[in-house]
Design a protein around this ligand. Sequence first.
Ligand code: THU
Length: 160
Amino acid sequence: MEKYKITSEVSVYQENELNEADRELIEAAKRATNQSYSPYSHFSVGAALRLKNGVVVTGSNQENASFPLGLCAERTAIFHAQHEYPDQPIAALAIAACSQGRFFSKPIPPCGACRQVMLEVEDRYKQPMRILLYATAGTHVVGSVKDILPFQFVGDSMTL
Ligand code: THU
């Protein structure tokens, strides 16, 4: 039998330790929670991504009375960015969530479906995307979606 470990590194930054670009991206994600349509969960999620060319695209979760039809903030932002700027890799994606007007003290990790969509973006542009999970107690940052999605399934996985 063989065993191996899959490890990843997460850095936690206080606001004054972040660079200006990251601080701005987090602020954009926090602002995007105001556009969330979440009358069922009352959980407002905002996402803001920075393209390689510097443009910031935002998204928020959009719910539906038929629950599974709603879309997460991350995918709303990513699909919109890919539609508007198909040639631009995504360099960084910030996520923030609040409920009853208050941001969470713990980070809200993206759901599995969003991680898979983020993986496709990295695979498409052959470039890692930094992910910034905002929380009032500190922003958790990873260098690639692979850090939060070990054992990845990509297009190449289907090649013999
Ligand atoms: N949600 C997101 O927008 N992003 C995530 O990664 C987790 C969940 C949304 C979906 C739904 O509108 C609400 O949060 C509760 O699941």
